[in-house]
Design a protein around this ligand. Sequence first.
Ligand code: DX5
Ligand code: ZN
Length: 224
Amino acid sequence: MSLTPIIAPSILAADFADFGNECRVLQDQGAHWIHVDVMDGHFVPNITFGPQMCAALRPHIKGVMDVHLMITPVDPMIEAFAKSGADILTVHVEAGPHLHRTLQAVKAAGCKAGLAINPATGIEFVPQVLDLIDLICVMTVNPGFGGQKFIHSQLDKIRALRGLIGDRPIDLEIDGGVTVETAPLCVAAGANVLVAGSSVFKGGSVANPAPYGVNMRDLQAACA
Ligand code: DX5
Ligand code: ZN
């Protein structure tokens, strides 16, 4: 676990016509993870990328490709996303009837297994799958879109999950509405990975990437 939070920029906020260069400049500016939001227009009311897009991104990502699957059914797609080169495949507990089997399938496909939990979902089931997961992603917005407002009621959930995780090597990731105001609350509650779209990309571009670096460092500094 790092002392400062890992910042995982979400390319949902990138220039959709220039993903390769967006990944390159984000990494030049200090990003070690790239968060890829996969949406199917069914589980969530938006459509983004498929496995071919992830495979095309892979050579442009030197660090961790963190793939957040907001799709249902998810099981038939696990193999394809694993083959696309994802390091972490995060699945939603709400997206299928057999979470334990789905997580087993992610591990069997050779990826780290992440578990995403929507704002209205409780965490009573987490102890039953703790031995199978490498990451828990707490959704602090309802999934589907970038730029939404952070849901503060999730802070208690983050604290409770940190208690459940204890010293196991499981990352506790926060996704949605992460800003310099909300990031410190998440880290104080026990998070160590912050996904951030709008707050990383604001003011920058491929042609002017310095603001990406400033924004990422500002998020980390706010949590120090
Ligand atoms: C929402 C996605 C998020 C989103 C975060 O469904 O899972 O990763 O891109 O965007 P911001 O940081 O703008 O809330
Ligand atoms: Zn996400």
